[in-house]
Design a protein around this ligand. Structure first.
Ligand code: FUL
Length: 482
């Protein structure tokens, strides 16, 4: 009797332990984002500004010998840039403090080749400072691009230049931070003026610039800054400048000179990678990065900007959209009107989440704490997840009335890693289930994935997820009709 009573307690204990293990959050599957990386991913869209001597000599890659006196914006207004970018939905802006031609937009101590020797404000201007102030005033995040390649510097290619480059970073981060992102850029050596040498200089980028030190200098003042480029980035280039991320899009990656220079891998990420390295899609609103009057009729249209959005943010990547500033020192009206109209269209498209008010159930649920209802709220700490070991599960949404839709937006709870490798979207009409019709590959989700399909009228929507490794954890599902 005493013995069986003891056994009963054991069973109760075991059941209790089992229940507790189901309530506990699942183990993350590595890699996972740092809090800074997650915050960076949540920005989704932010702007680039390319402005400098190239704006005045009508080039994309100045050789390094255009006189500083050529830089002469007549009506420059950084607040106009910031207000335009805000109206276009941008969350931050990254300025080319120095492009490959070596001309500096702040009054640096490291070279005479700067706005100090230009007519702008009689040499007393500081465009990095003016933009930083405008960003602070209007609540935009601020970042900087500093080209490692410098076609002006006599010392480029030798040791002396690397100290100059690091000193420039130091000046920037100590005077203009905090910065949300720092761009090292990937163009590395070639021909240039180089103090009058007019020759070709090659370097081995991975060793020459001492990128680890460069990153540490950035982090000494802006510890949360995302790092683009170099050997130890915290985000990765998508591998093209056309504005297109691959539909299969992993945030995981592996560091290495080869991997960080392989455009095929950069495009998709590496499912087996051991570091979290989310993608950034950089693209210009015009064909060029710098302003050219000949491109005034080539500003991307609202429809083209919508495609850029679906092919970047809609594919688990951030969108860094470039705005060339013109010779006056303004974002031209045409670029501004297209960008603002695009932002309105985005808002209109994504305002009405058709799943709000629907009933949702999961085919498997870890416990009520992780119930399917969490995919309908906007709290990014809430998510639906399954019992351990479940590699395929689905969510079914019952609409209150037949509903027309042509898009779903999905988000994994990436604090536990990125794990979904296959998605299936179906709808039911009058009791019959059919797959949606789409050209979009139905593979990864990650931080965010938007899938467009032919418009359907549905009584119910079903989204099935398959994970390879790790846990199935979904933070958000929304549906729209564009
Ligand atoms: C590239 C540069 O060579 C382009 O001029 C531009 O700045 C782009 C964003 O990055 O590497």
């Amino acid at each position: 009797m005493r013995y069986s009573k003891g056994k009963g307690w054991l069973v109760v204990l075991l059941l209790g332990l089992l229940a507790a293990s189901c309530i506990r959050a699942p183990q993350p599957s590595l890699p996972v984002p740092t809090p800074q990386q997650l915050e960076w991913q949540q920005l989704e869209t932010y702007a680039f500004i390319h402005f400098g001597l190239n704006t005045f000599n009508n080039m994309e890659w100045g050789y390094g010998n255009t006189p500083a006196s050529t830089f002469n914006p007549t009506n420059l207004d950084c607040e106009q840039w910031v207000l335009t970018l805000k109206a276009a939905g941008m969350k931050g802006v990254i300025l080319t403090a120095k492009h490959h031609d070596g001309f500096c937009l702040w009054p640096t101590e490291t070279t005479d080749y700067s706005i100090k020797n230009s007519p702008y404000k009689d040499g007393h201007g500081d465009i990095v400072g003016e933009l930083r102030d405008a960003c602070r005033k209007h609540g935009l995040k601020f970042g900087l691009y500093l080209s490692p390649w410098d076609r002006h510097q006599a010392e480029y290619g030798r040791e002396g230049y690397v100290s100059i480059y690091h000193q420039q970073i130091r000046e920037l981060v100590s005077n203009y931070g905090p910065l949300f992102e720092f761009w090292f850029d990937g163009a590395n050596g070639g021909d240039g003026w180089y103090g009058g040498a007019n020759e070709r200089r090659s370097i081995v980028a991975e060793h020459y610039y001492d990128y680890e030190k460069a990153r540490d200098i950035v982090w000494s003042h802006s510890p949360d800054a995302a790092i683009f480029g170099g050997t130890v980035p915290t985000l990765r280039w998508i591998g093209n400048e056309e504005g297109v991320a691959s539909a299969t899009q992993w945030c995981s990656y592996s560091y290495g000179y080869d991997t960080l220079n392989d455009t095929r891998l950069l495009a998709t990420g590496m499912p087996e990678g051991d570091v979290w390295l989310p993608a950034e899609v950089d693209v210009s609103i015009r064909p060029g990065w710098f302003y050219h009057v000949s491109e005034d009729a080539k500003v991307k249209t609202v429809d083209e900007l919508m495609e850029l959005y679906y092919h970047s943010v809609g594919r688990n990547a951030n969108l860094l959209l470039n705005f060339p500033v013109n010779q006056e020192g303004r974002i031209p009206a045409i670029d501004s009107s297209h960008a603002v109209a695009w932002h309105h269209k985005l808002r209109e498209t994504f305002t009405n989440d058709l799943l709000q008010g629907s009933e949702v159930r999961g085919s498997n649920t870890r416990s009520s704490r992780f119930g399917a209802r969490h995919v309908l709220d906007d709290d990014d700490t809430h998510y639906w997840t399954t019992e351990d070991g479940v590699t395929c599960a689905e969510l079914v949404f019952d609409f209150r009335q037949p509903t027309e839709l042509n898009m779903v937006a999905l988000q994994e709870y990436v604090r536990l890693g990125q794990n979904v490798k296959k998605i299936t979207v179906s709808y039911s009409k009058n009791g019959k289930w059919l797959p949606v019709v789409t050209d979009e590959p139905m593979t990864t989700v990650g931080y965010k994935r938007i899938i467009r399909f032919q418009t359907v009228e549905a009584d119910q929507l079903r989204v099935r997820f398959n994970v390879g490794k790790g846990v199935l954890a979904i933070q958000k599902v929304a549906a729209y009709r564009e």
